[in-house]
Ligand binder design. Structure first.
Ligand code: NAD
Length: 485
């Protein structure tokens, strides 16, 4: 079977910050792959606008090098690369000066979709938005794409939303959370709402608890001093983990349509109970071998910033009251793994009383990385003679294996999301009120740490975080899943 690729309409995409790390590693290689797939029209134009002292040729060389580094070699045929480079243009521009904006206007075509990707720090968002309006570069159908971090607390997020709202309507604003562009996240919705099997069980009566893990094996490395200004709560929980929690917990929207989905996610965020201080654990990794500790990597020996958080979250609504959601994220842990595990209740009674096996509840595991896929933990009879012995097996569906032989290319999260921008589909983007509600819930947790001057707990690199994080679950008679691959 060949996957059907429907080309998007012709577009001009301006990437502010088009020479930066994100553009070079993710956005431009992603667009290249979309061109190859036939989804991005070969007439579309990508214009990078940045401070770097390049002309169009130098920029193309820069992108060429980036493609070699970040795209599978087999996909880099000379003719294709040349076609893509031919679609690129460059404009040297400092967002804070008046120069260059008129020239940008001349580079844009009439009658094609215009999208502006703000791949720069959030302190520049307002300025770019104002200039786009001042120089009449954005019509009512133009879209803007903004990157995380969207604020560092409720106040700054509100200020950012207000700045953007002065210039653009909400239907034009695409706030990226690249977790939402992952195949498995959308599959979570397909599984929940495309099958009648799970939804009747998807509630506190049948689900014992949910655990969401996003672990990294690497430390903060060279980004240490930058990371130290945010920390795991702001960098991961407020956005990515909150989104995964919402999609797992939300009510079925009436339609798979942007506002219907986002209304349901917002209701979940608003239903989150305040978190008790002993239901959150923060940590920093310690040194190991030749690798430095978090305090060394952050170049801040006094740092109180966490690079690990584990917490117990309660959703106060009819569907979930009494079923906790446990979240955990951290750096320099045993493996790189992102998964949502929906752990169902144990069978109420065992008819197999002489097997000695404790019958555990089923678990549905939705794996975002590595190897996107879905696993169901089942109990079956141990095959062969020897009586009625039971064992647990995974019913496994790794997408790459399940779809083997089919000509399906799974787009990376960024490329899928950029195509959604061009299609005008905001379903997988965060709405302004969602972002504010998430900060409103997170702020008191962070403020409490600041007020108490609370220090994160040191934990061993390569493990599963501080022991206190294990206790959050042990106290409830539960345990975290292994951070295994
Ligand atoms: P970067 O520092 O590598 O690049 C910044 C870009 O902005 C450069 O092209 C630079 O020329 C341009 N720029 C800066 N000031 C400018 C000005 N006054 N006028 C014109 N151009 C200007 O940053 P990055 O890592 O690419 O990140 C960009 C944004 O994306 C940031 O908000 C970051 O938080 C966010 N982000 C990055 C990543 C990532 O993996 N790099 C991931 C998620 C979010």
């Amino acid at each position: 079977m060949v996957a059907q690729v429907i080309p998007v309409e012709d577009f001009d995409l301006v990437i502010f910050g088009g020479t930066g790390d994100l553009a070079t590693r993710k956005i431009l290689p992603g667009l290249y792959r979309r061109m190859l797939s036939g989804q991005m029209p070969k007439t579309s134009r990508i214009i990078a606008a940045a401070r770097s002292d390049y002309d169009a040729e130098a920029f193309r060389k820069h992108v060429h090098d980036g493609l070699i580094e970040h795209v599978d070699k087999a996909l880099l045929k000379k003719g294709d690369v040349d076609t893509f480079l031919g679609q690129l243009d460059y404009l040297q521009l400092d967002i804070f000066t008046e120069d260059g904006w008129k020239a940008l206007g001349k580079m844009l075509r009439a009658d094609v979709i215009r999208a502006f990707y703000f791949s720069v720090g959030p302190s520049l968002f307002g300025e770019i938005a104002r200039r786009l309006v001042q120089f009449k570069l954005a019509d009512r159908d133009a879209r803007i794409v903004v990157e995380k971090p969207f604020g560092r607390d409720l106040e700054t997020a509100k200020a950012l939303n207000a700045e953007l709202a002065e210039c653009f309507a909400e239907h034009q604003v695409y706030r990226i959370d690249h977790y939402l562009g992952k195949e498995t996240v959308q599959n979570l919705m397909a599984i929940r709402f495309g099958n009648a099997l799970f939804e009747p069980l998807w509630n506190a009566q049948h689900v014992d608890h949910v655990q969401i893990t996003a672990s990294e094996s690497l430390g903060v490395g060279g980004r240490g001093s930058y990371y130290d200004k945010s920390g795991a709560m702001r960098d991961m929980v407020q956005n990515h983990m909150m989104q995964l929690l919402c999609l797992t917990a939300m009510e079925p929207p009436s339609k798979f349509e942007a506002n219907a989905v986002r209304d349901e996610k917002l209701k979940i965020i608003k239903a989150l109970s305040p978190v008790a201080p002993n239901d959150v654990v923060r940590g920093q990794y310690s040194a190991t071998g030749d690798k430095g500790s978090y305090l060394q990597d952050s170049e801040n020996p006094e740092s109180n910033t966490e690079c690990f958080v584990a917490m117990k979250v309660e959703i106060a609504n009819w569907r979930w009251a009494g079923t906790p959601f446990y979240l955990r994220t951290g750096k320099r842990l045993r493996n790189r793994l992102t998964e949502i595990a929906v752990v169902f209740k144990d069978p109420p009674h065992s008819i197999f009383d002489d097997t000695g096996t404790h019958l555990r509840g089923n678990a549905l595991i939705i794996r975002l990385q590595p190897d996107e896929g879905i696993t169901m933990r089942m109990t079956i009879k141990d095959p062969g003679p020897g009586g009625m012995r039971l064992r647990e097996v995974p019913l496994d569906m790794t997408f790459a294996e399940a779809l083997e032989g089919e000509d399906i290319d799974l787009p990376d999260a960024y490329e899928r999301l950029i195509m959604d921008v061009i299609r005008g589909n905001q379903t997988l983007f965060m709405r302004g009120d969602e972002v504010e509600a998430a900060w409103d819930w997170i702020d008191p947790i962070i403020n409490q740490w600041v007020e108490k001057g609370q220090k994160p707990i040191q934990y061993d690199s390569g493990g599963s975080g501080p022991d206190d994080a294990l206790m959050i679950m042990h106290r409830d008679g539960r345990r975290w899943r292994e951070i295994a691959q």
